[in-house]
Write a protein that binds this ligand. Structure first.
Ligand code: ADP
Length: 603
């Protein structure tokens, strides 16, 4: 008896609706038509091949680059009652034999395998005797040199097409520019693939960008807003990673560091602690995250500018994969820009220029007054239909646009000119503020017509505007002392031909508190908080017993739905999002019991 896609989705995953493009992507698999699917992180790519794998006869081969990811996915599938397995170097001989037996019996529905292992003649020979329903290539951008994560072992995959000429091949990736897309199709030898490109927008992520001026306080503020919730804090250096973890710990927040300088076993231990929820926060270099499927990360902090918007999209994208609201904070300084610039020193001048352009785009993103969601998707060649996203600092009104930005910018730029372009941002702000600082007086800059011309504003605010003008290319920092110079674009501003946009921090008592809350409130609407916490605790206990990460038992989205619906019967339990037949069988009673206890106590 064949199973429909809808039925499989509901029965094994407990979901009743498809995410955008999932149904189209699944239909390609069902029809045996090659496809190339580009969906953002959290868009639900895995289900695009997993669901049809359950509906087609035979076994799907899934090519996946990372051992950690394979295990996570297979564990998740098995929890849903799906016969899945992986073959990689972590299996011992007996385990490998077991998988082979499973394949031979025809029961296995999904086999995860690394590309280098799949292309071995022995593996191909062995799999040739199995009924293969499809070949899914996950993280397909790894095959392209033009992508950001090229893995030469992916190149060998073209042989798979030759070995299984009648089996359709499907490629999945979260990040692919048109050039990378073409490369994927060519390298894999896809036959007239249907290309499906989803929206790059992640509407549940709330982006906030702030100039870094008291980093420790800024990060602590974010972390304390999310007590007991999972967060990742990305820092640029190993030392900073260690310091940040120590700082958080000192403030009673359970945090551990993760970077390449730690021994393998320590790194794994810290990663596991994060996955198992025995710590809430991981402070890490960007090495952390690839292959982490944890769906309930509630915030990602960047303590410095990322090196490109692609990198930012990917790193911040590790928040909120479960579709619930999550925050992405970016604390930047133009010092970051300098740091990255100094690191660009390859032999290939074209590549260097690409890297510099990428940095400029990040700087522009940080300092512009445009919707962050819109800016990000525009970078990927898309456009959002709405004017306001209600999910970034700009649209939420956490930052206000300065009504007279042109005049303010002209005052700043003209002060820089009058200071003979020989001073930095800090100093310029002091002059504009009208400070009695010794250096200002000694230089006679209290005589300048721009002295004190912005005295009604805080020095910090003025300093911030200077940075915004740098970020937007109206000022440039030069030399080892970051001396400010007016750029040709800046001169256009001085002549009134161009008007920059400047942000000013909003009054925290007004819009910020009110509006930002409403986003989070919507996701918590009707949720019994106390019950949610109690269910989380139960999930943790079950997970510890079963030695799997808690989110594999139930996602946060499921627990919130449970704490909203508060089901009192098994039939009712089935209505909870993410509760499929197997999960209901395995955990339904246990969670029901906890809900009933809670309801009895509340009476
Ligand atoms: P990706 O591989 O694109 O990053 P995943 O396949 O890991 O995304 O899916 C992200 C999360 O969304 C997972 O927790 C998954 O169970 C959930 N999800 C996927 N499809 C649906 C759906 N149709 N309805 C509800 N949740 C879904």
């Amino acid at each position: 008896m064949s199973l429909s896609l809808e039925h499989a989705l509901e029965r094994f995953w407990g979901y009743t609706n498809f995410r955008p493009l999932q149904q189209e992507a699944m239909s390609c698999v069902m029809n045996g038509h090659d496809s190339l699917v580009v969906l953002p992180t959290g868009g639900g790519k895995s289900l695009c091949f997993q669901v049809p794998a359950m509906c087609l006869p035979g076994m799907a081969i899934v090519v996946s680059p990372l051992i950690a990811l394979m295990k996570d996915q297979v564990d998740t599938l098995r929890q849903n009652g799906i016969p899945a397995a992986f073959i990689n170097s972590t299996l011992d001989v007996e385990e490998r034999r077991q998988v082979a037996r499973w394949i031979h019996s025809g029961e296995l529905k999904l086999l995860y395998i690394a590309p280098e292992r799949l292309v071995l003649p022995g593996t191909l020979e062995f799999l040739g005797s199995a009924q293969v329903s499809m070949i899914a290539v996950d993280e397909a951008h790894c095959i392209s040199e033009w992508g950001h994560d090229f893995r030469p072992e992916y190149r060998g995959l073209s042989v798979v097409r030759e070995r299984f000429p009648d089996v359709a091949v499907h490629a999945y990736t979260a990040t692919a520019t048109p050039r990378v897309r073409d490369d994927i199709a060519a390298q894999l030898g896809l036959r007239e693939p249907t290309t499906l490109v989803g929206s790059f927008d992640r509407p549940n992520l709330v982006y906030r960008v702030e100039r870094r001026d008291r980093l420790n306080d800024q990060v602590l503020e974010v972390a304390t807003k999310h007590p007991g919730e999972a967060g990742i804090v990305y820092c640029p250096t190993r030392n900073q990673v260690e310091e940040m973890a120590a700082l958080l710990k000192a403030r009673g927040i359970k945090a551990l560091p993760y970077h390449a300088g730690l021994a393998d076993n320590i790194r794994r231990k810290h990663q596991d602690a994060f996955l198992n929820e025995s710590v809430d926060v991981i402070t890490a270099t960007v090495a952390f995250g690839m292959g982490i499927d944890k769906s309930n990360v509630r915030y990602v902090v960047h303590a410095a500018m990322p090196k490109s918007l692609e990198a930012y999209q990917q790193e911040s994208g590790r928040a909120g994969r479960d579709g619930l609201p999550a925050e992405c904070w970016l604390f930047y300084s133009t010092a970051d820009l300098m740091r990255w610039r100094n690191m660009i020193d390859g032999d290939d001048e074209v590549a260097n220029q690409v890297a510099r352009d990428s940095l400029d785009q990040v700087a522009q993103f940080c300092t512009s007054a445009a919707c962050r969601h819109q800016s990000l998707v525009r970078h990927f060649g898309q456009e959002l239909p709405h004017q306001s996203c209600d999910a970034c600092d700009v649209c939420l009104g956490d930052v206000d646009l300065l009504p007279d930005a042109l005049v303010v910018a002209q005052k700043i730029l003209s002060s820089v000119v009058r200071q003979k372009e020989r001073f930095g941002g800090e100093y310029t702000a002091l002059v504009l503020k009208g400070s009695k600082d010794q250096r200002v007086l000694q230089n006679g800059h209290d005589e300048l017509s721009t002295y004190g011309i912005l005295s009604q504003h805080d020095t910090r605010v003025i300093r911030d505007w200077v940075e915004q003008l740098v970020g937007q290319g109206f000022l440039e920092k030069t030399g080892e002392f970051n001396v400010l110079q007016v750029t040709p674009l800046g001169w256009q501003v001085l002549r009134g031909e161009l008007a920059p946009k400047l942000l000013q921090p909003a009054n925290p008592k007004t819009s910020k508190a009110r509006k930002s809350k409403s986003v989070d409130e919507a996701a918590w609407e009707g949720v019994d908080h106390e019950l949610f916490e109690s269910l989380r605790q139960l999930r943790r206990e079950v997970a510890t017993q079963m030695k799997v990460p808690p989110y594999i038992i139930f996602s946060d989205a499921s627990l919130r739905d449970m704490a909203r619906l508060r089901p009192t019967t098994m039939a009712h339990m089935h209505l909870v999002k993410g509760v499929g037949a197997k999960k209901a069988d395995d955990f339904g009673e246990l969670f029901l019991e906890r809900i009933l206890e809670h309801l009895a106590e509340a009476k």
